[in-house]
Structure formats: structure tokens, C-alpha cells
Design a protein around this ligand. Structure first.
Ligand SMILES: [Zn+2]
Ligand SMILES: [Zn+2]
Length: 287
């Protein structure tokens, strides 16, 4: 090998070091939902629950949380600490820092060669996929909870959750929801269990047979039945999600914003039980 080709090799090597891995094409990263979920799963420490930046937004721009609570870009490897002043100390300072933080997340905190600055994930990743809120899936999951050997272990869901679910419904919609619950009583006799199962499924909880409990596939919360049994005030199916979970948080990256998952699931369910011409979108407008 000549000295020139040696030098070229070094240049190529250095260029490769600066470039993102070959798999990180713009198209690939934008549509990689498992990759988005993998990064999102790292934002579980209390530090991220307290900060006013949505971890879904961070994951959509390639960031994951390190074990020390720092941000690391999955592709360019940049590491930094996101710090914001106290929200109530100085609102002017806070909003300036918040704006700067968003700009860094989306652009300047990445290395210049990094693709995430120009290719964030699809905005729809911050909403639940249709398969999660589909009316048929809701019915199936309620059946799964009620027919499992753990049906007797289902936690009591407090009345405040009924109130959250029906707060913007009209009388017809409330009656349709009651009809849906009654339809299970032909097969499962315990009215209380049916009510709890319907509320749990419509608010995003699924049976986790492996851990003998409930889980949310979008914020990765797991609750085993033994723990749930000792909850004195019942299981608040809404606040038990992580605050950024798509089941309880709007997707503000879309315009108009996409509603919370439990509203989508309820609207899908009611659309399924109503006239064929009634679309889910019409119902979301009503909710
Ligand atoms: Zn980067
Ligand atoms: Zn969740």
C-alpha cells in the first residue's frame, strides 16, 4: 500500500467516524416506531416526570436518557444535560430557557452531521396507533381480562375515573357506553368486574399474564395484582400512567392536536355502536 492510499484510508476512516451509521437513513429513522419506543422507554426516572419537556418529543428527535439522567443522541452520540429553571421563579426566564431547550433538542445539540435535526420521527408516533384504540380490540381486551383466571383480582377503579370518561359525553353516548358494559353481563355475571374491566381497557390497561398484573404498552408501567390488591383508594386508571403517556396526553406535535388515547378509544367504541355513517372524527368533536 502506498503512502497516498494510506492517507486516503485515514481520511475515509475519519469521515466515517463523523458520519452516522449507514442504517440511520432519514427515511428509516422517521418510520422506526420500535426505535422510538426503545428510546422512550429510557425516560422513566422521576427527573423526567418533573421536567416540562415531553419525553415523547425528545425520543422523536433521537434522544434517550442515560442512567445518570443525561440526554444522549442515539446516532451522533452527543451527551448533554437538560436543565430548566423553576417554572414559578421567573416566567420570562423560564419561557426563554424552554424555547432555547426546544431549539437544542431539535437542532443545535446534535452534531452537524446528525440526521435527527432534519429527520425527526413522524408526528403520529406521539399518538396511539389505530390498533390500540380500535373498537374490536377494546372488546377483545375486555373479554381477555374477564375470562382470565385473574378476573377476581381486577382492582377497583374509583368513581372519579367514570367521571373523567363521560364528562363531555351527551346522554345518548353515556347510554351507549352502558349498553356496551351490559353486553358482557350475558357471559360474565359480576357487574362490578365488568365495570372495572371496561374502564381499565378504555384507559389503556392490558392483562400482563407474564407478570400476573396489568401493563401499559406505551408508557411501560406494570402493576402486579398483589400490589393492586392493597391499594386502599382503588386504582386510578388515568393517573397511574406516566404523565407523558399517549393514553392520557394529547399529541401537540400534530395540527390540530390528536386527542388522548382514552378519548380516541371511547370515540371508536361509540362509533362502532352507532349508525354506520357516524365517523370517529365526528364523535371526537362531540367528546
Ligand atoms: Zn444526534
Ligand atoms: Zn401508559
Amino acid at each position: 500500500m502506498t503512502r497516498t492510499s494510506d492517507a486516503l484510508d485515514v481520511v475515509v476512516h475519519l469521515l466515517k467516524e463523523r458520519l452516522p451509521p449507514p442504517s440511520a437513513t432519514c427515511e428509516g429513522s422517521q418510520v422506526d416506531f420500535p426505535g422510538f419506543q426503545r428510546r422512550l422507554k429510557t425516560f422513566t426516572s422521576s427527573r423526567w416526570l418533573a421536567i416540562s419537556i415531553d419525553p415523547r418529543h425528545l425520543a422523536a428527535y433521537g434522544w434517550e436518557s442515560t442512567s445518570e439522567g443525561l440526554l444522549r443522541c442515539e446516532t451522533c452520540g452527543e451527551i448533554w444535560k437538560l436543565v430548566l429553571p423553576d417554572l414559578h421563579s421567573d416566567t420570562g426566564l423560564y419561557s426563554a430557557c424552554h424555547k432555547k431547550a426546544l431549539e437544542m433538542i431539535e437542532h443545535s445539540a446534535h452534531k452537524p452531521c446528525c440526521l435527527w435535526a432534519s429527520c425527526p420521527c413522524l408526528k403520529s408516533f406521539l399518538s396511539l396507533p389505530q390498533t390500540a384504540v380500535d373498537a374490536t380490540v377494546t372488546e377483545l381486551e375486555v373479554n381477555r381480562l374477564l375470562s382470565s383466571s385473574s378476573a377476581k383480582m381486577l382492582p377497583e377503579v374509583p368513581e372519579i375515573c367514570d367521571a373523567s370518561l363521560v364528562q363531555d359525553m351527551n346522554d345518548t353516548q353515556i347510554e351507549r357506553l352502558e349498553q356496551f358494559k351490559r353486553s358482557f353481563l350475558e357471559r360474565y355475571q359480576c357487574e362490578k368486574q365488568v365495570r372495572n374491566a371496561v374502564l381499565l381497557v378504555l384507559s389503556g390497561w392490558r392483562l400482563n399474564e407474564k407478570n400476573n398484573g396489568l401493563m401499559c404498552e406505551y408508557c411501560f408501567r406494570n402493576m402486579d395484582f398483589e400490589t393492586l390488591k392493597v391499594l386502599k383508594t382503588g386504582f386510578d386508571a388515568f393517573t397511574a400512567h406516566r404523565p407523558w403517556c399517549s393514553w392520557v396526553m394529547d399529541n401537540t406535535m400534530t395540527s390540530p392536536k390528536c386527542p388522548k388515547g382514552y378519548l380516541l378509544a371511547t370515540a371508536e367504541l361509540l362509533a362502532n355502536k352507532m349508525e354506520p355513517n357516524t365517523t370517529t372524527r365526528d364523535l371526537i368533536g362531540l367528546l
